[in-house]
Design a protein around this ligand. Structure first.
Ligand code: M6R
Length: 603
């Protein structure tokens, strides 16, 4: 939701904060701010906009001080302006604090603190931390933080500096990520390792309810904590010749499929080997029902998984929107397992669904990309995507990876039930061909770019798909509306168009039809004909060698033939590219679409 970076050591803090915070821009980019403490002065700067637009200027600022904190914001409470940008401070500008999360009881606390004489200078929930810490401060910052936190309801990762107890940064977390990066005589603080991998790869992640104190010489966390080694390559955080991370990440689709299946398939025996589930097998074998949960794109991946698992693994499967899960009072028991899908592993709604399931004694599994993230840590067992860093706000390669692993999971669970060796082998063989097939889809990038130019004059789109490709219609439409946000798009199930949405169609309302040559092709062709007879313009995604479709639609993007259950892995790639190119055509920042943030760590 927001990004935090801190530094304490011997070097000037500001340039380190600037270059590191820029890498967290994907977490929020409404406004940003810095606080750097020098022996007898300090530097405070808050601006509206993206830090990347200010980077050059900031790097020229002369600022002494080897200790500082910074923040990039995705607004939750209080509009986007300089006052509401972090760091926030207390009445006397002695305590400075950055926060990621949300304080649920901020209104009551604010009123109480105002009643006690505190003066607020922003509309944010965050500012209550500063005044509470001020209230309890008696010379020791961590003690004051500890007292203040007793009054807070909500989730937070905070980094605090006090001019009256200098030479330390105090950190605390509950339900939001924060880590301390270790190096020789210096420490880096970040919401995400991506910010600091060029400085250190040794990190300690803070757990809920932990308070850490970091000084130039040492760090102190109540509990002895293991040091984790971050094994990402720095190039993962760079664009490597692409104009945007989103494009780079879409072009990584073949590689992420390869990574997802690497070492996880025993084709001869028709087995998928998902080591992360080993410790849960005893319970997993007994389950009679699977609930998949997630938000946005991750949920759509779950919907494809539902089709796969029911058709091939014969496990009754439902997909639940994570944000509704715990409010719906779901009926859960030990014969049910919950699979949480999340790229970031930090999505608050998905995490809360996991916690709700755990409270009810249900086995929880994670399909997560970010190693060591909250969902990865809190689920009983799980599988990592190994898709590498995804920086573009749009989920693209992570979705492709999620679908690939759901196919592996289908084989893994199916073979324990009554899936035959022949079917298991067949799915795995086809999976092994997918990286090459995905490359072939990407070879059409220039053609897809031309199509995006051609269709960029339209303001509304419907995406249609059936069966395995119905969730792909939802995903294609979501991607278009988030990335090319001047355009409105809806995903509709092919069979539903005649029950209402068809009323919208005319020559100004194009329809993207995902119609591979599969078991529902004939039905999709009916839908295409219904659209055509209302003069709708049609862009189809179809299987190579389908010549007939050319006569029915205006434009076709072909994908290679594969097993029906695997077609979504190929059909979504051109739709991701189409959204990216259309966004660029409209002059938009496709890596940082308006109003969005990469990981939504508030409910
Ligand atoms: O990190 P997660 O996979 O849990 O994120 C879930 C959604 O917030 C995410 O997929 C969102 O819908 C993306 N903006 C889609 O591109």
């Amino acid at each position: 939701m927001c990004g935090i970076v801190g530094y304490i050591g011997k070097k000037p803090a500001l340039p380190i904060l600037v270059s590191s915070l820029r890498r967290l821009e994907y977490r929020g980019y409404d406004s940003f701010g810095f606080f750097v403490l020098n022996r007898d002065s300090h530097f405070l700067l808050k601006k509206v906009g993206k830090i990347s637009e200010w980077e050059e200027k900031l790097l020229k600022v002369s600022c002494q001080g080897n200790l500082g904190i910074s923040h990039t914001r995705w607004a939750t409470t209080g509009e986007v302006n300089e006052q509401n940008a972090h760091p926030h401070f207390d009445c006397n500008k002695e305590i400075f604090l950055v926060h990621n999360g949300i304080v649920e009881n901020h209104q009551q606390l604010r009123e109480k603190l105002i009643g006690e004489g505190h003066k607020f200078s922003s509309e944010t929930d965050t500012e209550v931390f500063c005044h509470l810490i001020e209230k309890y401060f008696q010379g020791n910052l961590e003690e004051a933080v500890r007292e203040a936190l007793k009054e807070i309801k909500g989730n937070y990762a905070i980094a605090v500096i006090s001019r009256k107890d200098p030479n330390k940064i105090v950190l605390a977390t509950f339900g939001a990520p924060l880590l301390v990066g270790l190096s020789d005589g210096e420490y880096f603080i970040a919401s995400d390792p991506a910010a600091i991998i060029s400085y250190t790869r040794q990190v300690i992640s803070l757990d809920d309810n932990e308070i850490a104190v970091v000084t130039p010489q040492n760090h102190f966390i109540l509990k002895e904590k293991p040091i984790e080694q971050i094994d990402w390559e720095i190039k993962e955080a760079q664009k490597e010749g692409f104009s945007h991370f989103m494009l780079k990440e879409i072009f990584e689709s073949p590689a992420v499929i390869q990574e997802a299946i690497r070492g996880r398939m025993d084709i001869e025996r028709g087995l998928a080997v998902l080591g992360g589930l080993d410790q849960a097998w005893e319970r997993l074998e007994k389950i009679e029902r699977l609930i998949i949960t997630g938000c946005g794109t991750a949920r759509y991946a779950g919907m494809v998984g539902e089709y796969m698992l029911e058709e091939y693994a014969k496990i009754p499967t439902e997909v639940e929107v994570a944000s509704e899960f715990r409010y719906r009072k779901p009926l859960l028991d030990e014969k049910t397992a919950l699979l949480a899908i999340s790229q970031s592993g930090e999505t608050a709604d998905t995490l809360e669904a996991v916690r709700e399931a755990k409270r009810k004694g249900t086995l929880t599994l994670g399909l997560v990309n970010r190693v060591g993230s909250s969902i990865a840590r809190e689920t009983d067992a799980g599988v990592y995507n190994r898709a590498g860093l995804e920086i573009g706000v749009a989920a693209t390669k992570s979705f492709v990876s999620q679908l690939t692993i759901l196919a592996l999971l289908t084989v893994s669970l199916g073979r324990k039930k009554d899936m035959s060796l022949v079917i298991g082998k067949r799915i795995l063989e086809e999976l092994s061909k997918l990286p090459q097939l995905a490359k072939r889809v990407l070879e059409q990038a220039d053609y897809i770019k031309e199509l995006a130019q051609k269709y960029s004059e339209y303001k509304n789109f419907i995406y249609l798909g059936r069966k395995y490709n119905y969730p792909i219609a939802l995903e294609g439409a979501l991607k278009l509306k988030e990335i090319a946000w001047k355009v409105h798009a809806e995903g509709v199930c092919g069979g539903e168009i005649k029950h209402g949405p068809i009323a919208l169609l005319d020559e100004d309302f194009p329809v993207v039809c995902i119609a591979p040559s599969d078991s529902v092709y004939e039905k999709m062709r009916n839908a295409i004909e219904e659209v055509k007879s209302r003069n709708g313009k049609i862009l189809a995604v179809a299987t190579e060698n389908n010549e007939e479709i050319k006569k029915l639609v205006d434009d076709v993007i072909y994908i290679p033939k594969t097993l029906e259950m695997l077609t979504p892995i190929l059909s979504v790639i051109p739709l991701h590219l189409f959204a990216a190119y259309l966004g660029l055509e409209l002059g938009l920042d496709i890596d940082k679409p308006r109003n969005l943030a990469k990981s939504v760590t508030v409910e």
